[in-house]
Design a protein around this ligand. Structure first.
Ligand SMILES: Cc1cc2nc3c(=O)[nH]c(=O)nc-3n(C[C@H](O)[C@H](O)[C@H](O)COP(=O)(O)O)c2cc1C
Length: 339
């Protein structure tokens, strides 16, 4: 069916006039620093980590919540909410709009983790009528585009039926991760199922699952989706967005010194964004990310997963940052050289 004629003029419609791909919401990853690097490389839009609607409305969350706060000058950022109560979602939508100034707001209907199940997430795939009500409540609370991100179903594929209901409820865009909730992240994403959804609704459909290269993105786009979303494949590789935005036909990574500089910059952005004067060690969450920038330098891994400060990162990457690429075995941060 495609989506012409629907949603002209909204955020998603206008971004989809450009080539490129979307950075997926990923709890523990798609924070402000990762979003900044992806958007600098041309991501069409980025999606925040999921945020509890209940926490925003009934908890102690404020506009300083780091999950929601944009980086300075951030644009094209979608904030994702999870929840199951229409009144709370409506109120959270208003709060997100006022506090975090997103370009659009997304409803999480795919998260399979028990903490979220029962409070929304993939549970909504078992009771889609609730999700349709949530979308109507969110739409009535904001003039911004409202989207939903679904999996194929709870334990079997009912994505066409769910997507048609969401479209009827007024959703502006649907992202489909081509797995059921029961599958979690096992097996391969089913892009035939995603294509069936894209053909069945008159809103844009974004496909998600296992896009890790330019070739994979191109292959997926023939399924009739408006564009593709990239999650795990973008960790340590923001250049994938550049290639897809410019039409480059290569998965070649930049030279190692440039990747090392970007890894260091990621650490610097992390320190700056999370700097809250509490003296917290803020680079721990990056330990799983930094080695992904340098898959061809496995000798750096042990040191990179032990960093705690930007200076540690600078020291570990020093040989690459100097552009020599000539690496001696690195000393883990904090280790004293034997004298
Ligand atoms: C660590 C991790 C965290 C995720 N967190 C979220 C989330 O907060 N909200 C959401 O809708 N999807 C979340 N996802 C799902 C991704 O957005 C994406 O749909 C999925 O990983 C498949 O895409 P990929 O193969 O490109 O990673 C998460 C995935 C991973 C791996």
């Amino acid at each position: 069916m495609g989506y012409p004629g629907r949603m002209q003029g909204g955020f998603y419609h206008s971004r989809l006039q450009h080539p490129g791909a979307v950075l997926a919401p990923m709890a523990g990853y798609s924070d402000a620093p990762m979003r900044q690097l992806a958007s600098e490389q041309g991501a069409l839009w980025t999606v925040s980590e999921m945020i509890s609607a209940r926490g925003l409305v009934l908890g102690g969350d404020t506009e300083n919540l780091t999950l929601g706060r944009p980086f300075d000058g951030e644009t094209n950022r979608v904030v994702q909410l999870f929840g199951a109560d229409p009144d709370i979602l409506a109120q959270a939508t208003r709060q997100v709009q006022d506090w975090f100034h997103p370009a659009a707001i997304d409803l999480n209907m795919g998260c399979p983790v028990p903490k979220v199940r029962g409070k929304g997430g993939a549970c909504l795939l078992q009771t889609p009528e609730t999700a349709f009500e949530l979308i109507r409540a969110m739409k009535s609370a904001t003039p911004l585009d409202v989207s939903a991100k679904i999996r194929l179903g709870w334990d079997h594929d009912r994505s066409v039926e769910v997507a048609q209901g969401l479209a009827a409820a007024g959703v502006n865009l649907i992202t489909v991760h081509g797995r059921t909730s029961a599958q979690r992240y096992t097996g391969e994403a089913d892009w035939d199922a995603i294509a069936r959804v894209a053909a069945a609704v008159d809103v844009p459909v974004v496909g998600s699952g296992d896009v890790t290269s330019v070739a994979a993105a191109r292959a997926r786009k023939v399924t009739g989706v408006a564009t593709v979303m990239i999650g795990r494949g973008a960790v340590g590789n923001p250049w994938l967005f550049r290639a897809l935005a410019t039409g480059a036909d290569t998965d070649d990574l930049p030279p190692a010194p440039e990747r090392a500089r970007t890894a260091l910059r990621h650490a610097e952005l992390q320190e700056r964004f999370y700097d809250d004067d509490t003296g917290r060690l803020t680079l721990r969450p990056l330990r799983k990310v930094l080695p992904k920038y340098l898959p061809d330098h496995p000798e750096l891994r042990d040191a990179l997963v032990q960093v705690t400060t930007v200076q540690d990162v600078r020291e570990v990457l020093a040989p690459l940052l100097a552009g020599t690429g000539d690496l001696a075995a690195p000393t883990p941060p904090g280790a004293q050289a034997a004298v």
